[in-house]
Design a protein around this ligand. Structure first.
Ligand code: PEP
Ligand code: MG
Length: 756
């Protein structure tokens, strides 16, 4: 059963659009379950109806014509109840509705399962049979599993515009086309998609319309010919070296290269309008799915040979065409994964945005996008990359949403948001040199979060009180080895010097988790609970000591260094880190370097550190709450997983309680407490943090003036009253609403409307 499910899903995923996918579904389900009828009804949000979209067994002419209201018929009942319905005698059910055009009077038994994607009802999968019988448990389980699996493929296909014409997608006026990813770089990008794919990555090749069909067919034939010669050459060279049985492998390759379905199939697809690379991708995908489905493991293995043949032909095609692409103005670069170098190849003045199916805010490309001020959305798991070339996109780097072919209304709304956002930023410039002081006279420290040299420049111009968090990972990520002590010293001095005497918090290396190093791969089942941050550096004192020595040396002339330890989950880690810091100091002093000892702090970002905040606070000079990880670990929500992005909320009462506990521990132990996660840069959260008694907020520079406006608008007493109210609420959304109302009432509605 698993094998059948798997092969159907593979075929559906390789389909050329929604209609093609649905036709595959009904055919394959009907064949494999031996039922008389299989049909798919999809929801049409515009008319609030179910539409028969594909069928095997009912009258094919009724497709697209049979429509049921949501409260109508057995299909409507399955949709309403959101559970399967298994009937022996469908006509006798009070909700049965008869459609003469379908010819379904012959079929008595009915089994329907809802197709649901992230709680959203997409449609209903139905099987029917002439005989009067209840479907067995196995059959029900199969149909339910099928419907659950198909929901992703259907949503994916829907998002990419569904219908096909001539092998290329054209938009279908169906439902929602917004996909959720995670923010990569702030800003909103409007533009057209250009798909980035690695040479010879066959399944990342996008569709692209072709103008000169004959020359495209000729290019394909030439590539085939070249690969044939290449394989023959390989075979000849190895003829004496390997046994004849193994040698037959090459015959298989050559046969594949001559097979009708590959040659004619690809040519046919080119003639339908797709370019050779895209046509080849589809032929190979179809071939692969046939072999993947085979029971015989040897034959199943053939699928990988076919993939290999496909890659070889693709490489030839790319060599011949040179695949040079003009980059039009307003390009949004789209890909499964995009490397920093692929991004760097695009002229920045033409690049409006970046969208990827994989990766997170810590991917190289996101970091680079931030440095270049280009909005980016990462980790859009359902991004239909192959079908996006040249499509209109809006990439919202604040919320992590991507809109494909946005309608006029969405476009208008985004243009308004962007305009208001720009106007507000302009207006707030007057606050640049004003202190972040409440009307009651409390001075909140406002600091910048940095990680790149570009951030340093913008932070210097922002009027901040210093750097509250400098992430030191970047110089480690861009090299092909660990940076040496001298290299690091230079980098850290470049951060410390321009700010002196204002404080600069350098965080020790926080790799692992979602921040991998290419030259130090750590493969773990569960990297966020694995070897990351201080755990890794304490296990590698040679790496840690090098970094500490470099920090201390850089500070020798500056004197404004503070050191911050990430991912602390037990007090021993603080003690051990202090021992190593003392050792680094002693060594340097022995070497004649004059050291001024920096203050040392701990990031509170793991729940255990919240509960041990008193013990930790006694050991260090400051605590910095890392609300990004703290929220992730408290709520058990992966901060980079778009599927659960809706559950990630730093205004969750549990997070607020945790922050309160840490602040109270700070007060008890005379230890400075600040916040350096994204929460600090959120105007609504900033009110609560002020009310909680946090002494410093560190954020991305773009949020600084907004938060300053908040601090200058609320007294501590007002903020504390709002905090008390918020702490009685049980729902993060209610907390957000209450704070937004407070912002509106205080005349700061612009911060709410700007949507950040
Ligand atoms: C945090 O976890 O809140 C934080 C600031 O650190 P990072 O985002 O680098 O993990
Ligand atoms: Mg963190």
């Amino acid at each position: 059963m698993l094998q059948t499910l798997h092969s159907i899903i593979q075929e559906v995923n390789a389909a050329r659009g929604l209609q093609h996918a649905l036709n595959i579904i009904v055919k394959r389900v009907a064949d494999s379950t031996h039922v008389d009828v299989c049909s798919v009804y999809l929801v049409d949000q515009d008319t609030q109806e179910f539409v028969l979209m594909a069928t095997r067994g009912l009258n094919p002419d009724s497709v697209g014509h049979v429509r049921l209201r949501f409260d109508e018929g057995l299909v409507g009942l399955v949709g309403e109840r959101k559970e399967p319905l298994n009937l022996e005698d469908a006509e006798s059910h009070p909700r049965f509705r008869y459609f003469p055009e379908t010819g379904e009077e012959k079929f008595h038994s009915f089994l329907g399962a809802p197709i649901i994607h992230f709680r959203r009802l997409l449609g209903v999968l139905v099987v029917q049979q002439a005989a009067r019988r209840r479907f067995g448990e196995e059959e029900v389980a199969f149909i339910v599993t099928m419907a659950a699996q198909l929901s992703g493929a259907i949503a994916h296909s829907e998002a990419s515009g569904g219908e096909t014409s001539g092998g290329l997608p054209t938009p279908l006026p169906l439902t929602r086309r917004a996909l959720q990813g995670v923010p990569g770089a702030p800003g909103v990008a409007f533009g057209r998609a250009m798909v980035a794919y690695s040479p010879a990555d066959l399944f990342a090749v996008p569709d692209r319309p072709v103008e000169d069909v004959e020359s495209e067919v000729a290019a394909f034939r030439a590539a085939l010919q070249a690969v044939r010669a290449e394989v023959q050459d390989l075979a000849d060279r190895l003829a004496d070296a390997i046994p004849s049985d193994e040698h037959m492998m090459f015959d298989v390759y050559l046969k594949m290269l001559d097979s009708e379905s590959l040659v004619d199939g690809t040519e046919q697809r080119i003639r339908e309008g797709n370019w050779a690379c895209g046509a080849l991708r589809d032929s190979i995908a179809q071939h692969v799915s046939v072999f993947d489905e085979m029971e015989d493991p040897y034959l199943r293995e053939r699928a990988s040979d076919i993939r290999d043949v496909g890659r070889r032909i693709l490489m030839r095609l790319q060599m011949d065409s040179g695949d040079t692409r003009d980059v039009p103005e307003g390009t949004i670069l789209v890909g499964e994964e995009i490397s920093a170098s692929q991004l760097a190849e695009i002229p920045t003045e033409r690049l409006h945005g970046v969208v990827t199916a994989r990766g997170s805010g810590n991917s190289h490309v996101a970091i680079l996008a931030r440095a270049l001020n280009i909005p980016a959305v990462m980790g859009v798991a359902e991004l239909p990359v192959g079908r996006l070339e040249n499509r209109d996109l809006i990439a919202d780097g604040y919320s992590g949403r991507v809109h494909i072919d946005p309608d006029k209304q969405v476009r208008k709304e985004y243009h308004r948001l962007v305009r208001e956002d720009a106007e507000l930023s302009q207006e707030l410039q007057v606050l640049r040199d004003e202190p972040a002081q409440t009307p009651c006279g409390f001075r909140m420290g406002l600091y910048a979060n940095t990680g790149l040299m570009a951030d340093i420049t913008s932070s210097l111009a922002s009027g901040c009180d210093g750097i509250g968090l400098h992430r030191t990972e970047f110089p480690f990520m861009v090299r092909e080895r660990f940076p040496g002590e001298d290299e690091q010293t230079v980098v850290y001095r470049q951060v410390l010097e321009p700010f002196a005497p204002r404080p600069v918090v350098l965080r020790t290396l926080d790799v692992g988790g979602d921040k991998p190093l290419p030259y130090f791969p750590v493969r773990e089942e569960n990297p966020f609970l694995g070897w990351r941050g201080i755990r890794l550096t304490l296990d590698h004192p040679e790496i840690f000591l090098t970094q500490l020595r470099a920090m201390l040396r850089a500070n020798a002339d500056c004197g404004n260094l503070r050191i911050l330890l990430p991912m602390v989950s037990r007090v021993q880690e603080v003690d051990e880190a202090r021992v190593l810091l003392d050792r680094a100091r002693a060594e340097l002093e022995e070497e004649g370097v004059e050291i001024s000892m920096p203050s040392i702090g701990v990031m509170v970002e793991v729940p255990s550190a919240v509960y041990q905040a008193d013990s930790i606070a006694r050991r260090v000079d400051f605590l910095s709450i890392g609300s990004n990880d703290l929220t992730q670990y408290l709520l058990a929500v992966d901060r980079n997983n778009a599927r659960v992005a809706g559950l990630y909320d730093e205004l969750h009462p549990a997070v607020l309680q945790a922050v309160r506990q840490v602040v109270e521990a700070g007060v008890r132990n005379d230890c400075h407490v600040s916040v350096c996660g994204a929460m600090a840069g959120d105007p609504a959260s900033a009110i609560l943090l002020l009310g909680l008694g946090v002494e410093g907020l560190s954020m991305s520079v773009s949020s600084l003036l907004r938060v300053k406006w908040v601090i200058r608008s609320f007294t501590r007493q007002q903020a504390a009253a709002l905090l008390e109210e918020a702490l009685t609420l049980e729902n993060p959304a209610d907390v957000r609403r209450r704070l937004n109302r407070a912002l509106e009432e205080a005349g700061l509605g612009g911060l709410v409307r700007a949507g950040k």
